[in-house]
Write a protein that binds this ligand. Structure first.
Ligand code: C2O
Ligand code: CU
Ligand code: CU
Length: 492
């Protein structure tokens, strides 16, 4: 894409128009000229509520388009849930009240907590039931998230709107001179794709082809907002990006390819900021990026929708591929009345480098995500597998000893799969057969794997028993629900 600057100007125009076009009825493109102020999920700071939080899992009616109600679900609101701020060294009690008709579980994706409070498929909360979980936070600062994890129903529940962010703070994050005003210059962006028919969100259904590719829809929704803009100060802005989609991969970039800085991966800050002009994110991944708006009046963040197999595609190739959508994530508009705060530090973290450890001490495991099961059956929850075995809640696939260095070599058949592990952050030793890129040398819990091997290194410090094991799985939610998941215990 570096060679085709001539095309950029033309593409810029196409993108501008695309930002205003939202697919309405299928085969019938409707144009919505309306823009919406970005919704910022309400913030619950655990310190301000005595470390005691209650969330109600409820049915809702959310207006993606004003005046048109869609049937949705949310945590104490109609769509998505509040952002919960937790602090290292504290314990917070979170109580869930289930007001929907399905049983539910609520998993803390990215949290380093024990299996019994991890919210895996075993931790059911039945309709009308209320259940509390005590979350002791020992991990470093980062952006995690919570979402349902009921066996076979995760995709449907997340799609309906059940997801929210955790922001974890520690001494380092509070001392660094970063932008810190939530919703003003520290902005959460939960990115999802949805289909709309006459302005109403299409409820979750999948064809068998969509089971295979994962459900990929046409319209970008950010924090539940369509075509959003947001007012920001004329200074540094920090964006916490979560790809909360069921299956869609995106390539994010700013208008005019303005450079930005990546400062954090899922599990914490990078050692130092990395300059980038585009960033690809798979479902489940989080990244924090920063951009300086002091010389701008506005700047638009955009997403190229990647097809199921985006290999080798740049933003421009993606534009002209079979799935050419580029849409606005958010238009950042400078408001001089807002006071700027924060800057980009040169140094952010000190990550101890696992690759320096003697690998002979590592416990090695090999995992392959399969698009078919060894003894394929017609059971939809048995379509996919890992190492030939579909997820079975009665089977423990892997037994880990607490504290051991684990080296997992992970591959995935046919298409890229975001591989996720519960209860830990890992480091990438090799990514698709190559050394990891500078911007991936941080703590992660989700990584895109292909047929080329990816090696990850980690140590598990939190207990997970046979009754409440941890999961590893593909974060394409259709694949997860279809059985591309396994269970492991962590014991002394
Ligand atoms: Cu985001 Cu097993 O989950
Ligand atoms: Cu998880
Ligand atoms: Cu997958």
């Amino acid at each position: 894409m570096r060679k085709v600057t001539g095309i950029l100007a033309i593409v810029g125009v196409a993108v501008f128009i695309a930002g205003y076009v939202v697919t309405g009825e299928q085969n019938n493109t409707k144009t919505y000229v309306q823009e919406n102020l970005l919704t910022i999920p309400p913030l619950i700071d655990s310190r301000e509520v005595n470390n005691d939080i209650e969330l109600v899992i409820q049915n809702g009616e959310h207006e993606f388009f004003s005046g048109i109600k869609s049937i949705t679900k949310g945590f104490s609101q109609f769509y998505l849930g509040p952002t919960i701020r937790l602090y290292q060294g504290t314990q917070t009690r979170i109580t869930y009240k289930n007001d929907i008709d399905d049983p539910i579980t609520v998993h803390g994706h990215g949290l380093h907590v024990e299996g019994k409070v991890d919210g895996g498929p075993q931790s059911q909360i039945l309709p009308t039931q209320r259940k509390s979980f005590l979350l002791p936070i020992v991990q470093e600062a980062g952006t995690s998230w919570y979402h349902p994890h009921l066996m076979g129903k995760t995709a449907e529940h997340v799609h309906a709107g059940l997801a929210g962010l955790y922001i974890i703070e520690d001494e380092n994050s509070q001392t660094l001179p970063l932008p810190k005003n939530y919703g003003i210059n520290d902005i959460p962006l939960v990115v999802q794709d949805r289909s709309f028919i006459n302005g109403k969100m299409k409820p979750y259904t999948v064809t068998s082809e969509q089971m295979t590719d994962g459900l990929r829809e046409e319209t970008l929704v950010v924090n539940g907002t369509i075509n959003p803009y947001h007012l920001v100060p004329a200074g540094w802005v920090r964006l916490r990006l979560l790809n909360g989609s069921n299956a869609r991969f995106y390539r994010f970039f700013f208008a005019d390819n303005a450079p930005f800085y990546k400062i954090a991966t899922e599990g914490g800050f990078l050692n130092q900021p990395v300059t980038m002009t585009e960033i690809t994110m798979a479902p489940g991944e989080r990244n924090e990026i920063m951009i300086d708006l002091s010389n701008h009046t506005s700047l638009s963040l955009r997403a190229a929708f990647l097809p199921p197999d985006p290999e080798g595609e740049s933003v421009i190739e993606a534009l002209f591929s079979s799935d050419p959508s580029v849409q606005r994530v958010v238009d950042l508009r400078v408001d001089k009345a807002l006071s700027a705060q924060g800057t980009l530090p040169d140094k952010l973290n000190e990550i101890d480098d696992y690759s320096q450890i003697d690998m002979r001490t590592a416990v090695r495991r090999t995992l392959t995500m399969n698009m078919a099961n060894d003894n394929a059956t017609v059971n939809p929850h048995n379509m996919f597998a890992i190492n030939g075995q579909s997820m079975n809640m009665n089977v423990i696939n892997v037994r880990v000893k607490k504290g051991d260095l684990e080296l997992w070599t992970v591959t995935g058949d046919e298409m890229p799969h975001p591989f996720h592990v519960h209860g830990v952050s890992f480091q990438i030793l090799t990514h698709n057969g190559e050394p990891p890129a500078e911007e991936d040398r941080g703590w992660k819990d989700t990584v895109v794997v292909t047929e080329e091997p990816t090696e990850i290194l980690m140590r598990f410090h939190h207990t997970a028993t046979q009754a409440f094991p941890f999961m590893y799985h593909c974060h394409i939610l259709e694949h997860e629900d279809g059985g591309m998941m396994g269970q492991f215990t962590v014991l002394d």
